[in-house]
Design a protein around this ligand. Structure first.
Ligand code: ZN
Length: 372
């Protein structure tokens, strides 16, 4: 037996150095490839946590698989799907539990991905169409309803309200639906789509312009619905547009209609940016930010909103289910980090997820002015 055992063990003893040597060779090749991609500007280094700036981190295994964004990256950069999965290492911050990639796409490459590689926020449009069909009651609608209840409990009646970049992933559709019956909402959506569709704006020269003048303005119809429903909704709404090369921006179009074009007419939200907000001295009771993880400096942008808002709700992808659509994702310990920075913050992740659904997003309230 002892002889047989030795004969089985011997090849392993002999192969171990060869395997180690292979791993060293593969690591050297990967390092050389990363260096090449850093030099040509395809990738960039992100050596510290985008949330807390700590450099204390541990690598984590990326088991998310290739999503639609990973599959789109090769169309804008000389990277294969295999390289994206193997070279863009995911790390978990030891301080705040955020996950992030290092290396990750440079801002230039990321800008191309979100402009031409995958220039449409599919999830946002899905939520919009489900609001129309009234078919999403357990995921986004559930989050909307409970997020709004928690906001109202923390702040009380909300007069002025803001969102960031995407008009569909926050509460704006909840407000509009609450202000009209389902049939009126569907008619309003169809009218807003007709009005905003770029291909019909000037289809027939002067004659079309006259016909357009004779058509009732959608915004007038929309305004008649404000405040007419049973749920108290904010009368002043604003969609703050902040450009980011990690975001679809004005390129986010479905069937010839930009999501931003629907914000004023359909959702009653004025379009603005931080320059205008600061110049005009605008203040928000509440801001709901669902696109913070689509910015390279999410905490700097959060601080800007906290300067002009009494309460901010953040909802974003969770580091427990990190995918390489993003540079980073918030972690379950982000709230403790914010409290450590002196902010009032409370985690509402579990309170806003339907009991039958798994947690894929982190959700928290934060304020520099209120005790939460
Ligand atoms: Zn961190």
């Amino acid at each position: 037996m002892s002889v047989a055992s030795r004969s089985c063990e011997e090849p392993a003893d002999v192969e171990a150095p060869a395997e180690l040597g292979g791993a060293v060779i593969r690591a050297a090749a990967a390092g050389s490839r990363v260096a090449e991609l850093l030099r040509d500007g395809t990738l960039a280094r992100y050596p510290s946590c985008p949330v807390c700036a700590s450099r204390s981190r541990r690598p984590v295994f990326d088991n998310a698989g290739p999503n639609r964004y990973i599959r789109a990256i090769p169309s804008v950069a000389a990277l294969s799907v295999r390289e994206i999965r193997e070279l863009l290492q995911v790390h978990r911050c030891e301080e705040c539990s955020a996950s992030y990639c290092d290396p990750w796409l440079s801002r230039r490459t990321s800008g191309r991905l979100y402009a031409t590689g995958f220039g449409q926020h599919v999830q946002g449009w899905r939520i919009f169409h489900e609001s129309l069909a009234d078919s999403d009651v357990e995921t986004h609608c559930y989050w909307q309803k409970h997020a709004w209840e928690w906001i109202r409990a923390a702040f009380g009646p909300v007069r002025s309200y803001a969102e960031l970049n995407c008009p569909f992933t926050g509460l704006l559709t909840l407000f509009r639906r609450a202000e009209s019956d389902p049939a009126s909402y569907r008619r309003l959506v169809q009218a807003s789509l007709r009005n905003a569709r770029s291909g019909r704006r000037y289809p027939g020269g002067l004659g079309a312009s006259f016909r357009r003048l004779l058509r009732p303005a959608v915004s007038a119809r929309a305004m008649r619905l404000v405040g007419s429903g049973p749920v108290a909704t904010p009368r002043e709404r604003c969609l703050v547009i902040e450009p980011s090369s990690l975001c679809w921006g004005s390129n986010c179009i479905s069937s010839g209609v930009s999501c931003h074009a629907l914000a004023p007419d359909l959702l009653g939200a004025a379009l603005s940016n931080f320059e205008d907000v600061c110049r005009d001295g605008i203040r928000f009771d509440v801001a709901v930010l669902t696109q913070l993880d689509h910015h390279f400096e999410p905490m700097a942008l959060l601080d800007r909103f906290l300067e002009v808002s009494t309460v901010v709700m953040v909802a974003g992808h969770s580091s427990n289910r990190f995918t390489k659509q993003h540079l980073m994702a918030f972690g379950p310990e982000t709230v403790q980090h914010l409290v450590g920075r002196g902010y009032a913050a409370v985690d509402l992740t579990n309170e806003t997820v339907h009991p039958s659904k798994r947690v894929v997003n982190q959700c928290f309230l934060v304020s520099k002015q209120l005790e939460l």
